[in-house]
Each structure stands twice: as structure tokens, then as C-alpha cells.
Design a protein around this ligand. Structure first.
Ligand code: PXP
Length: 258
């Protein structure tokens, strides 16, 4: 008998369409058009990170995404007063709070939920009070996840970047250990009543692997898909990603049935 497995959503991060646009100035390529194409190809939601330095997504992109999208918008943001005010203005479906340092190339570590103290808790409360589903982007660390649940986050997004880096460097044993941490964190977070998402650095193969973790409900993927889009087009890349995710999820159904 096969057991029913919860669906796994795909959020497509369109930041790097804006990176290419900004390299030349002007309006093209348009991240909103990319978002619409990704949705037509099977994305369940769109993620965009308005960074403090506006290096890719800009304020006008957030406004246009909000106007044109019919799927949930996940607003990635630093836990600052400025970003909370912008989130409250646009009221996206979800806000994913991430650490942000100006000099980093991408979001390098998980949010320090414990170190964020009462100030972070207040920001989570403000966003949640406005009806925004709050997600905290965390390393697979038990204490951070426990604190995320304590301060009222609805979701934790597990940072898969370290695992993906180890895979890319061919450090198989360490990758295996990091994956075991992700698995434990997913189970633990779900036990706290948190919805579990995962993202950063995922490609077809790693997305397929992580899709087989039952508590994981959503993957957020950007850089790889936008890179693939150069070669095969965005719709094909998103479709291929959905197939990889479905393959991983099917493995889970089969192993539960055995
Ligand atoms: N999730 C979060 C919280 C992120 O910060 C990022 C990167 O912006 C992603 C997912 C997507 O990562 P990538 O672009 O490596 O797929």
C-alpha cells in the first residue's frame, strides 16, 4: 500500500534576473516577466530578496511583483526596521528573514535567532500580526530552531548551502553528515509545529535528494534555475526541477510503503 505524501512546493527566486538587468541598467530582462514564466512552468510561488544595498531586486520590483503575481510572494528580507516597514506596506504572503552583510556575495549563514533576542521577536510579531507568514532562514541547528518556534515563527527555512557546497567539492562523507543534520532539523522543526522549507545552492540532484525528506514542504531555488535558463530557457529549467522534485518525493512514498 502506498502512503499519501504531502506535496512539495517550489518557490522560484528571481533575484538574479534583476542582477543581469542591473549589470546594464535599464529595464531588461524583467524579473516580473521571469516570475510569470516560472509560474506558467509550474512554480508555486515567487521569492525575491530586497537587499539593503538594492544590488538586484529594487523597491519598484517589489511593487510590480505584488501587482502582477497571482501566486504567493515570499519577500526575503533582513530583520531591519526599514524592511519590516516595506513588508507592512506590500503585505506579501510570506516574509523570510535572513541575515545580511553588505560584503557577502550571497546569504552566507543562517539567522542568529537566539542572538536576535527580543528585538527579533518583536519584528516577527509585527509581521505575523499583519497576516504575513513569517519564515526564519536558519542553519540546521536545534537551539536556533527551538527559539524560532518560541518567538512565533510559522516556518523555518533550512539553509542547505553548506551541504550543497560539500557536494560540489566532492566531500561525500562530510556532505552525508550535513545532510543528516538537515534531516534531524527537519524532523525536529516539524515536531515544534513549524512548517519546514529548505533552500540555497540547490540544483536538480540536490533538490531531488532533499525532496525525499518528508517534513520538507517547500524548496526555494534561484541561482541554479536562472543559470540553467541561459541554456534551456526558464520554463524548461523549472519543469525539469519539478520532475527532479517529484522523483525525490516518489522515492519517499515508495520507502514508506515498503
Ligand atoms: N532561500 C534563501 C533564504 C536565500 O537567501 C536564497 C538566496 O537568495 C535562496 C533560498 C535561494 O538560493 P539559490 O539562489 O542559491 O538557489
Amino acid at each position: 500500500m502506498t502512503r499519501v505524501v504531502s506535496p512539495l512546493r517550489l518557490g522560484v527566486n528571481i533575484d538574479h534576473v534583476a542582477t543581469v538587468r542591473n549589470a546594464r541598467g535599464g529595464a531588461l530582462p524583467d524579473p516580473v516577466r521571469a516570475a510569470q514564466l516560472a509560474c506558467a512552468a509550474g512554480a508555486d510561488g515567487i521569492t525575491a530578496h530586497l537587499r539593503e544595498d538594492r544590488r538586484h531586486i529594487r523597491d519598484t520590483d517589489m511593487r510590480r511583483l505584488r501587482e502582477h503575481l497571482t501566486v504567493p510572494l515570499n519577500f526575503e528580507m533582513a530583520a531591519t526596521d526599514e524592511m519590516v516597514a516595506i513588508a507592512l506596506e506590500h503585505l506579501p504572503h510570506a516574509a523570510c528573514l535572513v541575515p545580511e552583510r553588505r560584503e557577502e556575495r550571497t546569504t552566507e549563514g543562517g539567522l542568529d535567532v537566539i542572538g536576535g533576542g527580543i528585538e527579533l521577536a518583536h519584528k516577527v510579531e509585527k509581521l505575523a500580526h499583519a497576516g504575513i507568514r513569517v519564515s526564519l532562514f536558519v542553519a540546521p541547528d536545534e537551539d536556533q530552531i527551538a527559539r524560532a518556534a518560541d518567538i512565533g515563527a510559522a516556518v523555518v527555512e533550512l539553509h542547505t548551502g553548506a551541504w550543497c557546497d560539500l557536494l560540489a567539492e566532492g566531500r561525500a562523507a562530510e556532505a552525508e553528515e550535513e545532510f543528516a543534520r538537515l534531516r534531524r532539523a527537519a524532523v525536529q522543526g516539524a515536531a515544534f509545529g513549524l512548517e519546514i522549507h529548505a533552500g540555497h545552492g540547490l540544483d536538480y540532484a540536490s533538490a531531488e535528494t532533499i525532496a525525499a525528506l518528508e517534513p520538507v514542504r517547500e524548496l526555494n531555488i534561484g541561482h541554479f534555475l536562472i543559470g540553467e535558463a541561459i541554456f534551456v530557457g526558464l520554463e524548461a529549467a523549472v519543469r525539469h526541477m519539478r520532475v527532479a522534485m517529484a522523483r525525490g518525493r516518489a522515492r519517499l512514498g515508495a520507502s514508506q510503503a515498503a
